[in-house]
Design a protein around this ligand. Structure first.
Ligand SMILES: C[S@@+](CC[C@H](N)C(=O)[O-])C[C@H]1O[C@@H](n2cnc3c(N)ncnc32)[C@H](O)[C@@H]1O
Length: 279
């Protein structure tokens, strides 16, 4: 059967199954099976799939129809133009997090410095920043050993060498270390948030998503602990939920940060808050 016909059929099956991105999902899964990009698929959609390719594609479509995230099925997701390996050890990188990366790059005016990414997961933020600021040394830490291994694998795959990943419970393994910039996309969803029962989030580890105190516990912990690990004039940038900006700005203020502001994501929501230690 023609590739474009298989994709169209899969798209309607996925739409019926409730996928919010049915057509894109079907195209990405077909590209994964055929080992091609979407431009190739649009150009050569009239080609025929071999029986084994069709069987593989239909198995993936069935898994997606049962709710499994496309990024876990293909084992990869693009972030900041980088092809990152993904697995069930950590969060699938989200486009919203590119807001944090852009804000960090904008503030990294000097050619050299050290950046710390707390809760690095797949290494998405650390690797995106490191790729744009090759003169900086980047450290990414995560409590989950499998996430650290994934981030290391991504650094090797992308040949990004100005980055190192370690296992650490927030700052525990970083005693005495100071950085010009600290960034984090920590767990910030409240324990009983209904979104946890919807979409891709159902398949991601709760340890990557959920924090106590209505989702604010880790954010507040990072604000109060970061002071002791920032160099003079250093920046702290935190991603958070769109209703948490005021609470994070307040925590930054209480911890003695200046130049406090929040930055909106592509959807117009306050997604990242920043503060600076006096120089
Ligand atoms: C929301 S995910 C972010 C992953 C990645 N930075 C991204 O933006 O795609 C949060 C990450 O924080 C890690 N994490 C949770 N608690 C932690 C802790 N106490 N110390 C270090 N990392 C932690 C989780 O394992 C997870 O990888």
């Amino acid at each position: 059967m023609r590739l474009d016909v298989l994709v169209s059929r899969a798209a309607s099956r996925l739409q019926d199954a409730g996928s919010p991105s049915a057509r894109l999902d079907a195209e990405v899964l077909m590209c994964h099976v055929m080992e091609v990009d979407r431009t190739w698929l649009y150009t050569w959609g009239d080609r025929l799939a071999e029986p084994f390719q069709r069987a593989r594609f239909e198995a993936l479509v069935a898994a997606r129809a049962s709710g499994q995230p496309v990024a876990y099925l293909t084992g990869e997701r693009e972030f900041w133009g980088l092809g990152l390996a993904t697995d069930a050890s950590t969060l699938i990188p989200r486009p919203d997090t590119e807001t944090l990366v852009a804000a960090a790059i904008e503030r990294a005016a000097q050619p050299h410095g050290r950046l710390l990414d707390l809760g690095t997961g797949s290494g998405a933020i650390a690797l995106a920043f490191a790729s744009e600021r090759p003169g900086w040394g980047v450290v990414g830490v995560d409590r989950a050993p499998a996430a650290v291994a994934l981030a290391q694998r991504n650094a090797e795959r992308l040949a990004i060498t100005n980055v190192a990943f370690h296992e650490s419970d927030w700052f525990a393994a970083l005693a005495g270390e100071r950085f010009q910039m600290i960034v984090s996309n920590p767990p910030y969803i409240a324990e009983h948030d209904p979104h946890l029962t919807m979409g891709d989030v159902r398949f991601e580890p709760r340890s990557a998503l959920v924090a106590a105190d209505e989702g604010l516990a880790d954010l507040c912990h990072l604000v109060s602990e970061s002071r002791g690990h920032l160099a003079a004039g250093g920046w702290l940038l935190l991603e958070h939920g769109y209703q948490q900006a005021a609470a994070v700005r307040e925590a930054l203020h209480r911890a003695g940060f200046g130049e406090i502001s929040s930055i909106t994501d592509l959807g117009g929501h306050e997604r990242v808050s920043v503060g600076r230690i006096a120089g």
